[in-house]
Design a protein. Structure first.
Lengths: 112, 112
């Protein structure tokens, strides 16, 4: 089945850029997503990219997709303490149900 | 427009008890999903309903049943709760453009 992998932790200083990486196995992925989860809350969609795109920029967020290597990254510029959260990568493959497969999540800690 | 609403927010059960988690969406979405979230394991799909009247197993369906009561509502039932079902449960629905997954705020379930 589909598999999505992320590193578990990332620590950065306030004002630096954060890069969260994700790899996936399904070559038929149509959309790839980044979700943010703050403590005690549900998942909030940050951004998504269609599989025929290489890059998408949305204010401080830049998503890069390397389809050949099945690698997705999320760059957060000028990281703030409010960016501290768990970030989930997810992919949606073709086929019935439009199911999303999520990674394990990366805990981002922003230090002063 | 409330989005995706889940009840209850918290529940404590004894082993062997049964309960139903309720989920409703008011966005006229066709597809709905139940995920569980466990530390270090990300979100895993329990069951999904691609459209009203259909349900299918996800990655971890054992010990659960679902009902797609109508287009709005998708419930998850634990017939005989086990400690391994202690988790945070999220309901989600897929946007009409089939791009974005909208999440409820989650149900924290403890089985003693």
């Amino acid at each position: 089945g589909e598999d999505v992998e992320q590193s578990l932790f990332l620590s950065v200083r306030e004002g630096d850029s954060s890069v969260i990486n994700c790899t996936y196995t399904d070559s038929s992925s149509t959309y790839l997503y980044w979700y943010k989860q703050e403590p005690g809350a549900g998942l909030q969609l940050l951004t998504y990219i269609f599989s025929n795109m290489d890059m998408k920029q949305d204010q401080r967020l830049t998503v890069l997709l390397n389809k050949k290597d099945k690698h997705l990254s999320l760059r957060i510029a000028d990281t703030q303490t409010g960016d501290s959260a768990i970030y989930f990568c997810a992919e949606r493959s073709r086929g019935g149900g439009n199911k999303l497969t999520f990674g394990t999540g990366t805990q981002l800690k922003v230090e002063l | 427009n409330a989005g995706v609403t889940q009840t209850p927010k918290f529940q404590v059960l004894k082993t062997g008890q049964s309960m139903t988690l309720q989920c409703a969406q008011d966005m006229n979405h066709n597809s709905m999903y139940w995920y569980r979230q466990d530390p270090g394991m990300g979100l895993r799909l329990i069951y999904y309903s691609a459209s009203e009247g259909t349900t299918d197993k996800g990655e971890v369906p054992n010990g659960y049943n679902v009902s797609r009561l109508n287009k709005r509502e998708f419930s998850l039932r634990l017939e005989s709760a086990a400690p391994s079902q202690t988790s945070v449960y999220f309901c989600a629905s897929l946007g009409l453009q089939n791009e974005k997954l909208f999440f409820g705020s989650g149900t924290q379930l403890s089985v003693l």
